[in-house]
Design a protein around this ligand. Sequence first.
Ligand code: PLP
Length: 287
Amino acid sequence: MPRIAYVNGRYLPLAQAQVHIEDRGYQFADGVYEVVPLYRGRLLDEEPHLDRFAYSLRELEIAPPMSRAALKLVLHELVRCNAMSDALLYFQATRGVAPRDHKFPAGAKTAFVATMRRSRPPSAAQIEQGVSVVTMPDIRWERCDIKSISLLPNLLAKQKAAAAGAFEAWLVDDDDRITEGSSTNAWIVTSDGKLVTHDAGAAILNGITRQRVIKLVESRGITFEQRAFSRDEAMHAREAFLSSSSSFVLPITRIDGKPVGEGRPGPVTRQLREIYVTAALETPILA
Ligand code: PLP
């Protein structure tokens, strides 16, 4: 069965799903996106994803493509059409189609597309043994809180990490602090046992998985801090992990080739992955 995409009002087989070459997303990366995980038939944290989508649109003054209720209907219908149970639901809105000109076009209609693909979750070995990250300068803009489709610095970082045989790049700001990964949030358990992740703000994307982990941590009375941490602190951490919609909570056992702690996933990371997955399974299955 071909995958079905939604393109500006129509559900189409992926091969026929096309947008105009003067779409500002294509020419300027003038748009925003979201990725919602479908996990065993459950759309995880749909409302926070829709909240962040609305925030990104607002920050860039892009008109919402449709009402929130209509958006949910479209997305649920796309999930139904694709009949997948473990997938990533991708959707993006751009400022629409207009003759190429940097200024916002008057009267352009927000363009909206959505696609799905089966998820490629981390392997059992990656979960059991952890993955590696390499650090590199964070060369992104100063509004990383917006989930913009303009991702070149993230792509370059991920490619460099892959070339170095690492799973992810950890991005380091001018003050030698780790902001986040190229497509994931960064966490450590410090040498004195504190769980730390960078505070939300313009320097990072406030991951929905990050937010969910924070809620779980708070509800269990686990102490943690939201603050920047240095590369050096990370190098001496007991544990490290990343969070994202596609990897959930994934242990990191090497940073720049050096083992984290004892070089094995630690107890805090294991516990957080487990409680994240348990909470995910409490989400109602999409009707
Ligand atoms: N940080 C960046 C730069 C990202 O691109 C992503 C996800 O795409 C994340 C963090 C994790 O966010 P989420 O948990 O919403 O997937």
